[in-house]
Design a protein around this ligand. Structure first.
Ligand code: ASP
Ligand code: MG
Length: 413
């Protein structure tokens, strides 16, 4: 069971969580619980790091931001104990959950689960702070924002859980954010691949890595609400959204929509380098240093060369990495040989996702037409087998999502 930040925000909510956990144990399950920091806490800690040093050392950043989960895991264990349950916390370094040394976005390696399993078998509820790991250098790491989901899936895989229930403040995965589109519908099932695409393009329900890990380890994941009454249907009746394999879905849902969901991501920033020499190796000099600094580049556009054998290159990076990106490219100005660097943090990426796209033509053109009809300008495009994404002005995000939700026939009652 995993509980997110809003579910853990304050003593009263932690008590509610403890109740849900206790009920699962009473139903005969051995339970491990992964928790997030209280809502807003990680943002607060990140801000302290930025104030201390805008070009912060990611290893020290991890020391600071990992603390939010330490607090909530101890509090949940205490609350369970106050209800008469046996419970204890297991910090990331105590298990340990080994990771690489990519501080602030570490990847999980080996997971030592023997002690954890022994404690669960002895009837103890294991409470594990999400987000935390231990690097091979022996220092605390964190798994990237939203990383508690990945911790939960890793725990589920390590103990070979029947299911990984991710409790959050919504009751499942929707066709799009219901706060933007009132007619959004809850999905009963989503495939791993669709969820992966949705997560990577801004549906904040699950961290992307957690979905790829679940897909790789074949962990059955359910997304469901923690804001429920005592008489709400039990998690075992699957009240939320199940994330399943393609094959499993075919058996469950014959009447699939062409498009499963639409997501918006405001956390990208656009960078353009003008007048780069159009020669072999030019773009490598741009993206090499970014890769070395662990900055993930998403969309990339290179224009065809103009008369002087020069070209412009536009790409997007996570907004949080924009300052570092600018500093790196500024330092490499000579080596890359560009004329100007222009950046824009006021962009949004809108994506439509669906496995149905594989076998149908015209998905992209429907998107471009619908946006054009509303005068929304497209600044960049990227596609995958089951996704089409466009970059637009951030101010037009909500309008774009609404228009597309209708255009693909996703509006519910
Ligand atoms: N507390 C961390 C964050 O806000 C990890 C998580 O909640 O998943 O990103
Ligand atoms: Mg989260």
């Amino acid at each position: 069971m995993k509980f997110g930040g809003t579910s853990m925000a304050g003593s009263e909510r932690i008590r509610r969580v403890a109740n849900i956990v206790r009920r699962q144990q009473a139903a005969g399950h051995e339970v491990a619980v992964v928790v997030s920091a209280m809502a807003g806490e990680t943002d607060r800690l990140v801000n302290f790091c930025r104030e201390a040093n805008p070009l912060y050392d990611p290893a020290e950043y991890d020391v600071v931001v990992a603390s939010g989960e330490q607090v909530t895991s101890g509090l949940l264990a205490l609350t369970l104990q106050s209800m008469g349950c046996k419970a204890r916390s297991w910090l990331g370094w105590q298990l340990p959950i080994h990771t690489d040394s990519a501080y602030s976005k570490a990847r999980i390696g080996e997971f030592e689960s023997d002690a954890l399993i022994a404690s669960m078998q002895a009837g103890e509820i294991a409470v594990i702070p999400g987000f935390q790991g231990l690097s091979d250098e022996g220092r605390i790491t964190t798994l990237g924002r939203g990383g508690s989901d990945t911790s939960a899936v890793a725990v589920a895989a390590a103990v070979k859980a029947d299911r990984c229930d991710i409790y959050t403040d919504v009751d499942g995965v929707y066709t799009t954010d219901p706060r933007i589109v009132a007619k959004a519908r809850k999905l009963k099932n989503v495939t791993y691949e669709e969820m992966l695409e949705l997560a990577s393009v801004g549906s904040k329900v699950l961290q992307t890595r957690s979905v790829s890990l679940a897909m790789k380890e074949r962990v059955r994941v359910q997304v469901l609400s923690s804001f429920i009454d005592d008489d709400a249907p039990a998690a075992d009746t699957i009240p939320g959204t199940m994330i399943v394999s393609d094959e499993e879905l075919e058996g469950l849902d014959m009447e699939r929509q062409l498009i499963t969901g639409i997501a918006a991501d405001k956390n990208e920033a656009k960078v353009t380098l003008t007048r780069i020499a159009d020669r072999p190796g030019a773009v490598a000099t741009i993206f090499g240093p970014l890769a070395a600094a662990n900055i993930n580049v998403d969309m990339i556009i290179q224009n065809i060369a103009k008369d002087k054998g020069e070209t412009d290159v536009t790409f997007t990076v996570p907004a949080a990495d924009l300052v570092r990106t600018q500093a790196l490219l500024e330092a490499q100005k000579e080596a890359i040989g560009y004329f100007r660097m222009i950046s824009d943090g006021k962009v949004a990426k809108i994506s439509v996702v669906g496995v149905g796209m594989r076998s149908h033509a015209g998905v992209a053109s429907t998107m471009f037409r619908a946006l054009a009809d509303r005068g929304i300008n497209i600044q960049a495009i990227s596609t995958s087998e089951i996704k089409v994404s466009v970059l637009i002005d951030e101010d037009e995000t909500e309008l774009a999502v609404r228009v597309l939700h209708t255009a693909y026939g996703l509006d519910g009652e």
